[in-house]
Design a protein around this ligand. Structure first.
Ligand SMILES: [Zn+2]
Length: 164
């Protein structure tokens, strides 16, 4: 009969999983969560760490929910730069690729934050940073209605991560 995993049952499991994925060792965690044995932490790391978290880590650095706002601000700065560049060079394709990449990165981070963080989900639609980003992107593409529509669809898909 399988033994009950003390780590899985632990109230700080989400934080422990996030720490393990970010490279914390069972030894490190044992010094924080003294009630969990190193053996239990090691076994949990080997057998119970969510597959999705591990795969995501391979693809992208983990960001917790507290980093999301900072990330959004970075995306906004990128988009501002891309807009300036698109205006200077008329290079819409490059600008759109950059916007798409930024949105995908943000979407991944939002999904990861939701896997790790058990607090109520972030509502992108009321985040001032998100609204600013959306306005900047849509405004930047005013002269290109077709591109604007496809970006709006992409943005709506990204905002939809809160339902995932
Ligand atoms: Zn476990």
């Amino acid at each position: 009969m399988p033994r009950r995993c003390t780590v899985c049952a632990h109230e700080a499991r989400a934080a422990i999983d996030a720490a393990l994925v970010s490279g914390a060792t069972p030894y490190d965690l044992h010094s924080t969560y003294i009630d969990l044995s190193r053996e239990a932490l090691q076994r949990h790391k080997a057998d119970h760490l969510p597959e999705k978290l591990l795969k995501a880590k391979e693809a992208e650095e983990i960001a917790d929910a507290d980093n999301l706002t900072a990330e959004l601000k970075r995306v906004i700065a990128d988009v501002h730069r891309l807009r300036a560049r698109a205006e200077e060079e008329g290079d819409l394709r490059t600008a759109l690729l950059g916007v798409d990449k930024a949105l995908r990165a943000f979407e991944l981070q939002a999904k990861l934050a939701q896997l790790i963080d058990e607090r109520p989900q972030i509502n992108l639609n009321i985040s001032p940073e998100w609204l600013e980003l959306r306005a900047v992107i849509v405004g930047a593409l005013e002269a290109h209605p077709e591109a604007q529509q496809s970006v709006i669809r992409a943005i709506e898909g990204t905002a939809g991560v809160k339902h995932a």
